[in-house]
Design a protein around this ligand. Structure first.
Ligand SMILES: Cc1cc2nc3c(=O)[nH]c(=O)nc-3n(C[C@H](O)[C@H](O)[C@H](O)COP(=O)(O)OP(=O)(O)OC[C@H]3O[C@@H](n4cnc5c(N)ncnc54)[C@H](O)[C@@H]3O)c2cc1C
Length: 428
């Protein structure tokens, strides 16, 4: 029996340290520079940020998503899930702890598929937290459906020449390098028609047409680039992984990324619940606290139940990844928590907003921003509906059609069978 819901006491000490550190030191960055989490640091910011990162390293909590051989802690996904709950409440938390998406996923594929030269050039500075990277896959006309991608890479002697356009390439404006997915064999099936390319952001022919902003981003702060690639020439060794292998490379990246989003969202949903509970106890109307109204009690109870179910499912999924070391084997549950992530956050945040009344919809509280995050999480790394299809397909593999006309649970058929097995043709 190895079902254990307790945390190692030593690791709990580290989690408690991280929790206090994020609530005090890191929270200040969230308040002062909420839109700067991916930007190169100003001198003023570096003077604050570098010592904070140093403290995280000293605590053995830097880059916890990575194995020891890559400068991480080798803690595995379960410990990472518990830490990410703490970091998920803060915008700057992941950057200060070296676990910031999409750099985490990009580091993961560089570690898996990169040559020693590629690792030295791109992975090492990324792991140091000195630079930002960009994953450029989604296309304006194709969304994230690889079967519809048209960005093309054509071999020309010792080089590849890339032409096409990409949409929502996050942080391209601040990235030092881009990972670009392009069609190298249009005749091949969807799993073999694309290859992944690494290129410095200043490679000639890469043009950011515009930086699309999310709702609520201040003027000029958009960071999701529409990019055109025009005769972008990269050497043959810019291939990340084998030619034709981009589909598999992307899956490696997205598997981990989706789980990490879910882990952080547990923390964010808990934060919304905490806010709701505090407000319910603090606000009085018609002679009693909101906490005494049945409707508000139902909000609190439903939110607690949803967050707990979600948390257990995320931890169980992390535990499975550690145990089997195979994202593919855990695919159904990764897709399932990807579906749950925006749903749980949305539901809890909507109730928290309602309990806060008018204040809830202002920019004086973080709740509307959390609400937008829930909507973003229903799209980024694949829309909810696509993951529902994955869950259903994986689930159906465990079933077969019924034999004969009636469902296998059909009571008259089963009763007749039981009678036959126990008494043969003797009437009951
Ligand atoms: C904040 C943010 C950051 C992002 N960062 C990056 C990035 O760094 N790099 C990158 O390459 N991409 C990035 N993306 C893009 C993201 O991967 C896509 O937005 C997402 O995969 C959906 O593609 P789409 O927006 O074109 O929607 P569409 O593909 O047009 O889908 C629209 C809707 O159609 C329905 N739908 C689509 N496909 C199916 C299906 N197969 N079955 C059933 N229903 C379906 C769903 O309801 C879906 O919401 C980011 C997106 C966001 C919101």
């Amino acid at each position: 029996m190895a079902w254990d819901f307790s945390t190692d006491p030593d690791f709990q000490v580290q989690l408690d340290w991280a929790d206090a550190f994020v609530r005090t030191e890191v929270a200040r960055l969230d308040l002062l520079w909420p839109h700067d989490t991916y930007k190169p640091l100003t001198d003023q910011q570096r003077a604050i940020v570098d010592p904070l990162k140093k403290q995280v390293r000293e605590q053995g909590l830097w880059a916890c998503h990575l194995g020891r051989e890559l400068g991480g802690q080798g803690y595995g996904q379960l410990k990472l899930a518990l830490l990410n709950e703490v970091l998920g409440r803060s915008k700057w938390g992941p950057r200060i702890f070296g676990t910031q998406a999409p750099d985490t996923g990009n580091a993961e594929i560089l570690a898996h598929y990169g040559t020693p030269e590629q690792k030295a050039r791109y992975l090492a500075p990324l792991l140091e937290g000195d630079i930002v990277s960009c994953f450029s896959m989604t296309e304006p006309q194709a969304g994230a459906d690889p079967g519809e991608f048209t960005t093309r890479a054509v071999r020309d002697g010792d080089h590849w020449v890339i032409n096409g356009s990409k949409f929502f390439s996050s942080n391209a404006r601040w990235a030092s390098f881009l990972i670009v997915m392009a069609v190298t064999d249009p005749e091949a099936g969807v799993r073999n028609r694309m290859s992944m390319f690494l290129m410095p952001a200043d490679t000639p022919g890469i043009e950011i047409v515009r930086d699309v902003a999310l709702f609520g981003d201040p003027e000029g702060e958009g960071s999701h680039a529409l990019i055109t690639y025009t005769d972008v020439r990269v050497p043959a060794d810019a291939l990340l992984g084998e030619e034709g292998d981009a589909f598999g490379v992307a899956q490696t990246r997205l598997g981990g990324g989706r789980v990490h989003h879910a882990m952080r969202t547990v923390g964010l949903a808990q934060e919304a619940l905490d806010m709701m509970a505090e407000r319910a106890l603090s606000r009085w109307t018609k002679g009693s606290a909101l906490a005494d109204k049945q409707a508000v009690q139902a909000f609190l109870a439903d939110s607690y139940i949803q967050v707990q179910q979600f948390r257990m499912f995320v931890l169980y999924t992390a535990w499975q990844i550690d145990r089997y070391q195979d994202y593919q084997r855990v695919r159904k549950d990764i897709a399932a928590i990807k579906v749950l992530t925006p749903k749980v956050l949305h539901d809890v945040v909507q109730r928290a907003i309602q309990v806060h009344g008018a204040l809830g919809v202002t920019d004086e509280l973080p709740l509307m921003s959390m609400s937008l995050t829930a909507q973003v999480l229903a799209l980024a790394d694949g829309p909810t509906e696509v993951h529902q299809v994955t869950v259903a397909r994986q689930l159906l593999r465990e079933y077969t059609p019924a034999d004969g006309l009636w469902p296998s649970a059909h009571i008259p058929t089963r009763r007749a069978q039981a009678q036959q097995e126990l008494f043969g043709d003797v009437p009951v």
